[in-house]
Design a protein around this ligand. Structure first.
Ligand SMILES: NC(=O)c1ccc[n+]([C@@H]2O[C@H](COP(=O)([O-])OP(=O)(O)OC[C@H]3O[C@@H](n4cnc5c(N)ncnc54)[C@H](OP(=O)(O)O)[C@@H]3O)[C@@H](O)[C@H]2O)c1
Length: 341
């Protein structure tokens, strides 16, 4: 196994105003740390860069300190009885090449091996991203067979997972909104959406009404703002909204005003409920049992954009905020590519 004596860690050194430029981050070099009793040293292989990291930049992350982020790595040496050399682990000490972890602490867990499923799926459709979609569909929306669904930021990590999982659950018409014509083609040609539109082409309410002329039963909201207003217009009586995220406002100085038609929640007896994946961690086993056979048969596929090279992690993060990803944006250690190690 190739090892190195130097560890690289990303620090945030300044708070952004509006859209980050990248100058808010710096890379620091230290010797690779040695594990204390109860710890394992992990070499990280794949990193997730996430929209919530943008929210963390405003105050959640301490300046000049290692950052939190979801990561997959391989144990190099272990003084933790729960982890052995060579084990593949999920943990949250990301944005660095090497980490000291302790099993069953801060979400650190050894990964279940699933033959035929790429390792990076544990950070995309099979990880927290897919679990968010699964919890939104099965627990918040309680999606029924044949029901029509709308998903925003539909070509991203949660959006592609939501479309694929909804199809497996027997959804009716699935419509997505995205930021480019290429992504419209990706959704309908690859992911299995029935229809999609580019939200730059007009008011979402009008574009959605055209794409789902007879209305929708359920909505996975990743965007907020005008998307939420448009979905409320198209929802049928008794419809449900799973509010997962509000990417339209993370870089904005002021959040958008509340939907002007919010009172239709009463008029149509709608249900709007927030989704927090951390409240659904107990579903991970059920979710893997459900999804893994579909991944192994090819009925479901992880949608990912993988940027190779840890030194490009900031570029990958900014690119994700700009919409340069289809599927989950991930970073791979150089040489990992998209293959199963
Ligand atoms: N509640 C939870 O527990 C939880 C867990 C995971 C994720 N989330 C939320 O779920 C959403 C999706 O997360 P993800 O990790 O899957 O990211 P993602 O969708 O893979 O990446 C973000 C996407 O947002 C789109 N976007 C950027 N600015 C936008 C804007 N102003 N309006 C509309 N779309 C915009 C871009 O695609 P386009 O090219 O289509 O614009 C970009 O690809 C985020 O809101 C995130 O905060 C919540």
């Amino acid at each position: 196994m190739m090892t190195t004596h130097t560890a690289l860690t990303v620090h945030q050194i300044a708070r952004p105003t509006g859209f980050p430029t990248g100058a808010e981050f710096t890379f620091t070099e230290t010797p690779v740390p040695a594990p204390a009793p109860g710890q394992a040293l992990v070499e990280n292989l794949y990193w997730s860069v996430d929209p919530y990291h943008r929210e963390q930049m405003d105050g959640g992350w301490a300046l000049n300190s290692p950052l939190e982020g979801r990561t997959i790595g391989r144990v190099l040496t272990s003084r933790d009885a729960g982890l052995a050399e060579g084990d593949l682990v999920f943990h949250r000490a990301g944005w660095r090449t090497h980490a000291l972890v302790t099993s069953d602490t801060d979400g650190t867990r050894r990964l279940r091996a699933h033959p035929g499923v790429p390792l990076h799926a544990h950070l995309s459709i099979l990880g927290g991203t897919g679990l968010t979609a699964y919890a939104a569909l099965t627990r918040t929306l309680r999606l029924q067979s044949g029901e029509d669904l709308f998903v925003s930021a539909a070509a991203g990590g949660v959006g592609t997972a939501a479309g694929r999982i909804a199809r497996l659950l027997g959804a009716g018409r699935i419509v997505g909104s995205v930021g480019s014509p290429a992504k419209v083609g990706y959704l309908t040609g690859t992911v299995g959406y029935d229809a999609a539109f580019d939200y730059h082409d007009g008011p979402v309410a009008e574009l959605l009404a055209k794409a789902a002329p007879s209305g929708i039963d359920a909505y996975v909201d990743n965007v907020g703002g005008g998307h939420l207003e448009g979905a409320i217009t198209s929802l049928r009586e008794g419809g449900r909204i799973a509010w997962v995220g509000a990417i339209a406002q993370y870089n904005a100085a002021e959040p958008p005003p509340a939907p002007r038609n919010l009172f239709d929640v009463v008029g149509k007896a709608l249900r709007l409920e927030g989704v927090l994946v951390r409240n659904h961690r107990s579903l991970q086993g059920e979710f893997e049992d459900f999804l893994v056979p579909h991944l192994q048969s090819g009925a479901a596929v992880p949608d990912v954009t993988i940027i190779e090279g840890f030194e490009r992690i900031v570029d990958a993060f900014l690119g994700m905020l700009r919409g340069e990803n289809t599927g989950k944006m991930l970073v791979a250690r150089s040489g990992m590519g998209t293959t199963v190690p």
